[in-house]
Design a protein around this ligand. Structure first.
Ligand code: KIV
Ligand code: ZN
Length: 514
């Protein structure tokens, strides 16, 4: 029997972006959306257009630029939200309006302050309005898993009648257990009149670590769309992880008679990109994409894998796009070979990015004998995610000793202006950050600092992620270098440039309006 298709609805740019500290700027969202298209997701939920001008603009841009998947915009169940979502989706090849309202008594009483019949009417009206604009309409009864089943079925019947084409059943607070959630989907299939006219979808949160298990249980009972995010990011403990659900379907095809349209070889790159732009580090033991997911520590395991990979590996690392850490290029490699190799790794850089990346590669190759693919990826993504440089780091001298006080001297440029200062700190990175703070007069708070090495050894490239908080916004900066103090400075300056750029463009927008 032909395996049935599971629609992969990716919400990395909407629910994923709701993860604490995961905010992305518009270019970063566009990069992620393009990678999602390469990955082959069926639907990209690009944002919640009415929630902010930035969200509207990013949904508009993704709809206009990204081809392949349908583009969805989220809206509450009211006319104004739906119209705004529809406006943002105008450029899409295929658009979907996703509208939601809560159906559990706890949400009705304490959040919406509405009766069941009022909510039912709002849901049906919203769907009918959305359907008058767009042929593809998804409806979500928020907190479905804690809603009264009789009432939930009534609402679902009403929205099918109003024209909903996908019914998404969210386990909003990650409360459901697999057996229970599967049964909920089975009951909906049995009891809701007209259910065959719509696709049943599920949207599971991971508060008890059950999001993937609940989604699988739902599929076994008739769900044919799964909502998920790359690396499982999302509100609180996150959502169903795309890579986990897809690899479960592929690995256990003997038990799961399903297929997806995902090109699994793009999974690793998608994971890395999402981690970079959100600054959310993937835990080493994360299923499928964690750095230890294919690492074998015990001698017996290593021996087994060498004899036959399948003794201890149920998935092939190549299947998710993990290349073995090969020696790629040396210091004598030319620009042409460099560009060709990057293409093989899946990177398409413009001329300027390529020049910068090549110069950085030469620097690294001069100092480090062996340049691995992972090193190359760190350099390239550093250069590919550059932002408008208001402040440019010119030079930096950092001194430290066992007994002495770490001191940094830094020169930066701001347009034609040369800025120079020195400061001490409790450590080298502290001294550098204090000096930079002296030179840039923008208020901010360091919300997070994270350093990790790309490969093993003391000559490994260090990748630093920095998050700066300002007025409820988070600005993420990344830097990669053989020297972690330099990587720290690069990451900090990048985050500052994003923050300053944000202030400048906001000011310009206000001036435009006056
Ligand atoms: O978790 C949830 O209920 C949601 C809905 C908007 C689908 O994110
Ligand atoms: Zn959610």
């Amino acid at each position: 029997m032909e395996p049935e298709k599971i629609v992969i609805f990716d919400t990395t740019l909407r629910d994923g972006e709701q993860s604490p500290g995961a905010s992305m700027n518009i270019e970063e969202k566009l990069d992620v959306a393009r990678q999602l298209a390469r990955l082959g997701v069926d639907v990209i939920e690009a944002g919640f257009p009415i929630s902010s001008a930035g969200d509207f603009e990013s949904v508009r841009l993704v709809a206009q630029e990204v081809r392949g998947p349908s583009i969805a915009g989220l809206s509450r169940a009211n006319i104004q939200d739906i119209d705004r979502a529809w406006e943002a989706l105008q450029g899409a090849e295929r658009a979907r309006i996703h509208t939601f309202i809560a159906t559990s008594d706890i949400h009705l009483e304490h959040k919406l302050k509405k009766t069941r019949s009022e909510v039912l009417e709002l849901a049906a009206k919203a769907v009918a309005h959305a359907r008058s604009l767009c042929p593809d309409v998804e409806f979500s009864p928020e907190d479905a898993s804690r809603s009264d089943i009789g009432y939930l079925c009534e609402v679902l019947e009403a929205v099918i009648e109003a024209g909903a084409t996908t019914l998404n059943i969210p386990d909003t607070v990650g409360y459901a257990l697999p057996y229970e959630f599967g049964k909920l989907i089975a009951t909906i299939r049995e009891r809701v009149k007209g259910i065959e006219k719509a696709v049943i979808s599920v949207h599971c949160h991971n508060d008890m670590g059950l999001a993937v298990a609940n989604s699988l249980a739902a599929m076994a009972n008739g769900a044919r769309q799964v909502e998920c995010t790359v690396n499982g990011i999302g509100e609180r403990a996150g959502n169903t992880a795309l890579e986990e659900i897809v690899m479960a379907i592929n690995t256990r095809s003997d038990y799961l008679p399903f297929r997806t349209g995902i090109d699994t070889r793009e999974i690793y790159r998608a994971s890395r990109l999402v981690s970079e732009v959100t600054g959310i580090v993937v835990q080493p033991n994360k299923a499928v994409v964690g750095s230890n997911a294919f690492a074998h520590e015990a001698g017996i395991h290593q021996h087994g894998v060498i004899q036959k990979r399948q003794t201890y590996e149920i998935m092939d690392p190549n299947a998710i796009g993990l290349t073995s850490n090969r020696l790629v290029l040396g210091k004598h490699s030319g620009r042409h070979a460099f560009e060709k190799h990057l293409k093989e790794l899946g990177y398409e850089l413009n001329r300027e990015e390529l020049e910068r990346a090549f110069a950085r590669f030469k620097e690294v190759a001069d100092k480090k004998k062996i340049v691995f693919d992972a090193d190359l990826e760190a350099i390239v993504s550093d250069e590919a995610h550059q932002v408008a440089e208001v402040y440019h780091l010119d030079y930096m001298i950092v001194m430290t000793s066992l007994e002495g006080i770490p001191t940094a001297t830094i020169r930066m440029q701001k347009g034609q202006e040369i800025l120079q200062a020195a400061e001490t700190g409790v450590g080298c990175v502290d001294a550098v950050y204090r000096t930079i703070d002296k030179l840039v007069d923008v208020p901010h708070r360091l919300a997070d600092y994270n350093v990790k090495s790309v490969t093993g050894g003391t000559d490994a490239i260090g990748e630093v992620t920095v998050k700066l908080a300002d007025n409820g916004h988070i600005f993420t900066g990344r830097g990669a270098s053989l020297d972690i103090v330099e990587a720290s400075a690069r990451a900090y300056v990048q985050a500052i440039n994003k923050l300053v750029y944000h202030h400048m463009t906001r000011k310009a927008a206000t001036e435009d309006k006056v």
